[in-house]
Every structure is written in C-alpha cells, then in structure tokens.
Design a protein around this ligand. Structure first.
Ligand code: HEC
Length: 200
C-alpha cells in the first residue's frame, strides 16, 4: 500500500483551488492536464462494448451464426424469392393459344397490325416485303399456333422480326387472330404472289 500511495503521490497532484487531480509535470504554456477518475458509467459502457465485441466475434468466426453471416442471409433471401416466384408461376394459368373471335381482341389485333405489321404486310394484308395474309398459301403453316410461333420467334434470316419482347402473349394472339378472322379470305388491292404451300 505504501508503495501505491507513494506512486500515486508521485504521478499526480491535487489542485488546491478546485480539488481536481492534475498529472504531474504535464504543464505546457501554463495549461495542466487533469488526471480525474473516469465516471463509472463510462467505464462500464467501455467494458460492455468489449464484452459485446468478444461475443460477436466468437459467434461470427467460431460458430458462424446464421444471423451474422451475410452469405447465409443472402442465400435465405434468394430462396424466399424463388419460392415466391414458383408460387406465382404455379398460380398463373399457362397461356393458351386458341383463336380469339371477340371484338375487343380483334380490335386490339387490328391496332397492332396497323401500327407494326402493315409496314411489311400492308394494311389490307396483301403483302409487300412480307407475304400475303389473305390467300391460302402459308410458308410456316396456317394454324393459330403456327402463326403465333412465327410472330413470337420470327424468321430473322428472311426479315420477319421476333415479337417476343415487343408484344405480350395476348397482343401476339390478338394480332394473329385478326389475321385469321378478319384479313384472311379478303381481296386486297395488290395481292402479292402466293408463297409457301397451299392449305385447303
Ligand atoms: C420488317 C418487315 C416485317 C414486319 C414489320 C412484320 N413482318 Fe411478318 N413477315 C415478314 C417476312 C419477310 C416474312 C416471310 C418470312 C419467310 O419467308 O419465312 C413474314 C412472315 C410472317 C408470317 C408467316 C406467313 C406465312 O406464310 O407463314 C406471319 C404470320 C407474320 N409475318 C405476321 C406478322 C405480324 C403479326 C407482324 C406484326 C406484329 C409482322 N409479321 C411484322 C416481314 C415482316
């Protein structure tokens, strides 16, 4: 104890005016450094943060706890998203390609035809760059499915674009139905010579 006291006495001195502890020999330009005890709440907070860090690092590095691993968090979130996606896919009925004859669908099909397809196939379907849609000759088949597939996948090397990304499934079915219901069998002003095979 005596040595302790002596040590302490040597390391600080008490300011006679304020009763504060000052570090001995720490005086610069008349400014002296305080040597006060840190308040207990501060010390405890400090100890708690160290304890927290120790627990945290052991859980992270030794036990690889699920809630601390970013890779595991990522995996579980991705699994959630995939599960949700599968659930919605299972709920959505598969798109059915069957000829539509209702007015709204045909009107929508006509709009697409006028805006996009008529450039190559002409408004009346007589054909220009693309083949005539009014006759019974078809290069890629004459069923709704055949036409739908041609519009969906295109015939790139022949100049027929794929409309998979540009038009929704419904829009593609609408325009294909418009071709078969409204354009096919009409008499265009300047029909292009038959291409493909004759379908009766
Ligand atoms: C850039 C010109 C162009 C545009 C635009 C175009 N087509 Fe075509 N289309 C063609 C050509 C060229 C062919 C012939 C492909 C071949 O020879 O195999 C064709 C073929 C087709 C066929 C197959 C015909 C057959 O005889 O089997 C269908 C159906 C068709 N187009 C529908 C459409 C629809 C619907 C649109 C609008 C969404 C469209 N096309 C827009 C150029 C075009």
């Amino acid at each position: 104890m005596t040595t302790d006291n002596q040590n302490n006495k040597e390391s600080y001195e008490i300011d006679t005016l304020t009763n504060q502890r000052l570090i001995k020999d720490h005086e610069y330009d008349g400014i002296k450094e305080l040597d006060n005890e840190l308040p207990p709440w501060w010390k405890w907070l400090f100890i708690i943060t160290i304890a927290f860090a120790a627990v945290y690092l052991i859980r992270l590095w030794v036990f690889r706890a699920d809630d601390l691993m970013q890779s595991k968090e990522y995996q579980s979130e991705m699994a959630d998203v995939l599960a949700k996606k599968e659930a919605t896919n299972a709920n959505a009925a598969p798109f059915e390609v069957t000829l539509l004859t209702d007015e709204a669908s045909l009107a929508d099909g006509k709009e697409t035809w006028t805006k996009i397809c008529s450039v190559c196939h002409l408004l009346d379907g007589g054909g220009l760059v693309g083949p005539n849609m009014t006759d019974n000759y078809w290069i890629h088949g004459n069923t709704v499915n055949d036409l739908f597939n041609t519009v969906t996948n295109g015939v790139i090397e022949k100049g027929m674009i794929s409309y998979k990304d540009q038009l929704s499934e419904k829009q593609r079915l609408d325009v294909v139905s418009y071709i078969l219901v409204d354009l096919h069998g009409t008499t265009p002003a300047n029909p292009k010579a038959p291409q493909g095979e004759l379908y009766e």
